[in-house]
Design a protein around this ligand. Structure first.
Ligand code: PMP
Ligand code: GLN
Length: 378
């Protein structure tokens, strides 16, 4: 049929989840919880439906949810967004990111991504007709290299996509790094898409460095959040974008025609559920305990653990365990050992293989124990 995207394959998350299901492996590949969300949140959905919130909501999302987000962002990060003109409810972070890209990237505009990066960014830029400029994070530590980022900025640079806490490496940007980005961009007109979907999964007492905290960044950023991550409901596909009014106006031009709006009852339910901050304030401790449980088990194997400072991912170096490349190793691990993982090479355009794979620990303790029993032989 004359494919428009001859080199585009199927996302690694779909591939590995299908393989895990087919082989009956414990799926620590694709990032999603295998436990239930809070029953209160489900009751809030039923209540919203019973109250008649079942027709189209306003195009930017229901006002109570936008107000709840504005209140939360101000309380946590000290920046006040206007609920009417600066916050938009999206169909998850995925639609938020592609909509922001389509809204700002003109054909030929350059967009910087920091590799390894989440697998939707590059296709999004290409769909917009933009030019992808790949800047590597520092090999080994995955920290941003501002000399390299600075060298990649040209008069054609339209935007940079940043992501902290970072998928897949599980690193977390420091306040100094966010300030360095702010300083670097100050003399430019480069916009920022700040993917902060793991904002509530930062461990060891560290605070999330949201772009909203830094005035020079907030003024040029689309800040992307996802309720799927925060409330254990990845299948709901509801997120938000916070951005200054002028950027939000551009965002909504695309949003109104690529999704128009997002399902109504979930939005009302999320708005009422957000009245209590406890669920997201408790999330760091909740996931830190799972990280530590999983890491303690992995420490008994020959995998070498990389630090997991945030997200719900744990990366490991496989060198001492296998001679296989990452992608082959993940296939082997799923089929032969019965545990699915994601190769980091899937997050690089070049398929760069550094013998590191990613496990997701957003699982019931029993699931983690089950996986660890299988991994114990390695
Ligand atoms: N960005 C990153 C870094 C992610 O890890 C994910 C989900 N895995 C997304 C965006 C997409 O989030 P959502 O499910 O809300 O579309
Ligand atoms: N973001 C999830 C991950 O990194 C997967 C989301 C998806 O399947 N698209 O595992």
């Amino acid at each position: 049929i004359g494919t428009k995207f001859p080199t585009m394959g199927t996302t690694i998350f779909t591939v590995m989840s299908a393989l895990a299901a087919e082989t009956n492996a414990v799926n620590l590949g694709q990032g999603f919880p295998d436990f239930h969300c809070d029953p209160k949140l489900l009751a809030d959905v039923t209540a919203a439906m019973a109250a008649g919130h079942n027709q189209y909501p306003p195009m930017p999302g229901v006002l109570p949810l936008r107000q709840a987000m504005a209140t939360k962002i101000e309380a946590l990060y000290g920046h006040r967004y206007d609920a009417n003109s600066e916050i938009t409810v999206t169909a998850g972070a995925t639609q938020a990111i592609i909509t922001a890209v389509l809204a700002i990237v003109r054909p030929g505009d350059e967009v910087i991504v920091l590799e390894p990066c989440y697998d939707s960014y590059v296709p999004n830029i290409e769909l917009a007709g933009g030019v992808v400029v790949r800047v590597p994070l520092t090999p080994g530590t995955f920290r941003p290299d501002f000399a390299k980022i600075g060298a990649a900025i040209t008069p054609k640079t339209r935007a940079i996509i940043v992501n902290t806490p970072h998928n897949p490496s599980a690193t977390v940007w420091t306040a100094e790094e966010m300030r360095a980005l702010e300083e670097l961009l100050a003399p430019t007109e480069v916009l920022v898409i700040s993917d902060e979907v793991y904002e509530h999964m930062v461990f060891d007492g560290v605070a999330h460095a949201s772009a909203a905290r830094y005035p020079g960044l907030a003024a040029r950023s689309f800040i992307v959040s996802s309720f799927g991550k925060t409330y254990h409901v990845t299948g709901w596909k509801v997120g938000t974008v916070a951005a200054p009014a002028a950027l939000t106006a551009e965002f909504r031009k695309v949003h109104q025609f690529n999704v128009f709006t997002v399902n109504t009852p979930m939005q009302h339910a999320l708005a009422s559920y957000m009245a209590d901050p406890a669920p997201y304030l408790e999330l760091p401790a909740f996931y830190q305990r799972k990280r530590d449980l999983f890491a303690a088990g992995l420490a008994k194997t020959r995998f070498k653990l990389l630090p997991s400072a945030g997200t719900y991912f744990q990366c490991v170096d496989i060198t001492a365990v296998s001679d296989l490349g990452e992608a082959d190793f993940c296939q082997w691990l799923t089929r032969e050992i019965g545990v699915a993982a994601i190769p980091l090479s899937a997050f690089y355009g070049s398929g760069f293989d550094q013998r590191v794979v990613r496990f997701c620990f957003a699982k019931k303790d029993e699931t983690l124990h089950h996986a660890l029993e299988r991994l114990a032989k390695l």
